[in-house]
Structure formats: C-alpha cells, structure tokens
Design a binder for this molecule. Structure first.
Ligand code: TPP
Ligand code: SF4
Ligand code: MG
Length: 320
C-alpha cells in the first residue's frame, strides 16, 4: 500500500457489546441552558449541532464535544455527553489526543476566531497537516467576545475595539486562505443565519475521514453587531453558494467548482468579503489515525501480538 491510499479504520468501541438503544432525542443531548447574550449567533450553531446528532442518531456514548476558551467555546457545557472545556487555543491538541487514542469516537471541536487563529493558530496548522480525524467548527465573529471586544485576528482593518481604539491597522487573517494552506482535508464555510446550510456542512464534515474544518460566521450582537449582514439576504446581503461540479459532462459543469482542486479553493478563498459559502476543498489523504494504526499493527505483529501489558513489562525489564 502506498501513502496516497485511504486506510480503513475500525469503528468498534473496545469492550462494548450491542444493546437495545433508545432513540437519541434533542432532550437527551441537551444539558445546561445556554448562557450567551440574546441574539448571539452561537445559539443557531448549537441548535444545528443538536439537529445533526439527532438526525444522524450518533451513538450517545460516542459523542465527544471539546472546546478551547471563549463564548463559542462554551459548547461542552450545553451538550449532554462526553466533553471538555479546555485551555484557550489548545483545543486542537486535546481533540487530537482523544481522536488518536479512541478512533471509535465522534470528536467535535468548537471554538472562536481568537482561539483558533490567534493563540491556537499554530496548533490548527499541525492538526490539519497531520490530518487527524475530527470535526472542528470555528465560530468566527471577527472579535474577542468573551473578553469584551478586543481586536481578533479576523477583525477587519478599521475595526474599533478596546485594543485598537483608533481602528485596527493589522492585515487580518482570511480564514479560508489559512485553512486551504493548512493541509486540512475538508474545508467549508457557512453562516449561522443559514441553518439548513450549516446543518449540511456539519453533516458533510462529520462524514469525512480526516481533519474537517468549517468557518461559521456567527455574529457577536454585543460587540460586533451587523458584521455579517452583507452575507445575509434577510439584511439586504447575498448568500452566494459554491456550485460544485457534478461531473455530468455538461457545458455548465465546466464552470462549477472542483472540490479536489486546491488552487481553485484558494482562488475562492481570495474573493472579497462576504465571499462564497459551501465546500471549498476535500481530499482523501490518509489520516494520521490510520497511518499510526498501521504502524502499531505492524509492530505488534513483529512481537507476536503481545498484549499492551506485556510490552510495558518488557520495556521496564529492559530498563533494569
Ligand atoms: C492563555 C490565555 N490567554 C488569554 C485568555 C483570555 N481569553 C479568554 S477568551 C479570549 C478570546 C476569545 O475570543 P474568541 O476565541 O474569538 O471567542 P469568542 O468569545 O469571540 O467566541 C481570550 C483572549 C485565556 N483565557 N487564556
Ligand atoms: S459577547 Fe458576543 S459572542 Fe459572546 S455571547 Fe454575547 S453576543 Fe455572543
Ligand atoms: Mg471571536
């Protein structure tokens, strides 16, 4: 097998026998009452997440909801399931560890633009290039919401905040450009005011084997109201969808977007705000989970399928 082939991963949970299941309902997945400001875009993202889990009837014990720190990162409190609200910017390493050690779980990570592109920017790049199997939703509101209005890495030039009272002067990170360059193998963009589209994107992301990441424009009504009106038809904007190739041989298909074309994805990412929405890029490069498993399996075969305990004991014996 060469490294470009996709490696199938087992999905059984070790030691778990089949048992009759009750239908997974929204009530069963809902935990605490969300504490965001009334009108915050994050409510719709959470509702879409509930909807996807319910629609897809994900095994309840396999749902893992992880996050960094920020308003958007409060997700794990509101989901009844395994999860952790972790350190600011460190969600990707945490989620990577969970995914690599328990490939049978459905690992979801949520966070903000500050969490993902500023303090966690480096982690995002490495999680993406390693193609760790997880789904990461970045709720981009162009501001630090939780800490009450500082300039974020995605704030546009001129944005007035507590850290830039005269208006931001630094070139912002363009989320989709960064994501395409990162090596993530599923990259999509959506808007919290477009719930059906958001649900579709989350479903496609969770079905993808590898590092799937979604930029979701989610308005901070408290500290950056109206930021995404240009992408909201109900506020006079336009929500332009990417037309994906259907490979049907028609003339119009020539004009459609090939999601496997990285350069085409980068060109879409360069469109001026509000840009376009949908799947920018997708590739079936093998995951680190699968490559690591192959290496572990081969090593185990070499040592006669010894148990984890035997291997540990032998390692200790060698150290004596
Ligand atoms: C190491 C560390 N640095 C800084 C902070 C303070 N802090 C908490 S949340 C946050 C920014 C949150 O912004 P974002 O990630 O965009 O999330 P939002 O609140 O906008 O959803 C900062 C700077 C922290 N908690 N830990
Ligand atoms: S401060 Fe902004 S991001 Fe945070 S809950 Fe309020 S509206 Fe939402
Ligand atoms: Mg933010």
């Amino acid at each position: 097998m060469n490294d470009t082939e996709t490696v199938a991963m087992p999905v059984e949970t070790p030691g778990l026998v089949d048992f009759p299941r009750e239908k997974l309902t929204k009530k069963a997945i809902t935990a605490d009452h969300p504490t965001w400001c009334p009108g915050c875009g994050d409510f719709a993202v959470l509702a879409s997440y509930y909807k996807v889990l319910e629609k897809r009837q994900v095994d309840h014990e396999k749902i893992v909801t992880l996050a960094g720190i920020g308003c958007s990162s409060r997700f794990p409190y509101f989901v009844n399931g395994y999860g952790a609200h972790f350190i600011h910017g460190r969600g990707v390493p945490l989620a990577s560890g969970v995914s690599l050690s328990r490939p049978d779980l459905k690992v979801f990570l949520f966070g903000g633009d500050g969490d993902g592109f500023s303090i966690g920017g480096n982690h995002l790049d490495h999680g993406a290039r390693k193609n760790i199997n997880l789904t990461y939703v970045i709720m981009d509101n162009f501001v630090y919401g939780l800490t009450k209005k500082q300039t974020s890495p995605t704030s546009p030039i001129g944005f007035k905040s507590k850290t830039d009272p005269q208006g931001a002067v630094d070139q912002p990170v363009i989320a989709m450009k960064k994501l395409v360059a990162s090596g993530a193998t599923f990259i999509a963009r959506t808007h919290a005011a477009q719930v059906n589209h958001m649900i579709q994107m989350i479903e496609r992301a969770m079905d993808h084997q590898g590092f799937s990441v979604i930029e979701c424009l989610s308005e901070c009504v408290e500290f950056y109201p109206g930021a995404f009106d240009p992408a909201n038809p109900r506020k006079g904007g336009s929500f332009e969808l990417i037309q994906e190739k259907k490979w049907d041989g028609t003339a119009e298909d020539e004009m459609r977007h090939d999601v496997t074309d990285e350069l085409a994805a980068y060109k879409l990412a360069m469109l001026p705000f509000p840009g376009v929405f949908g799947v920018f890029y997708q590739s079936d490069r093998p995951t680190k989970n699968a490559l690591e498993k192959r290496w572990v399996d081969q090593s185990r075969e070499k040592i006669g399928q010894a148990s984890d305990l035997d291997i540990l004991q032998k390692t200790f014996d060698r150290m004596k």
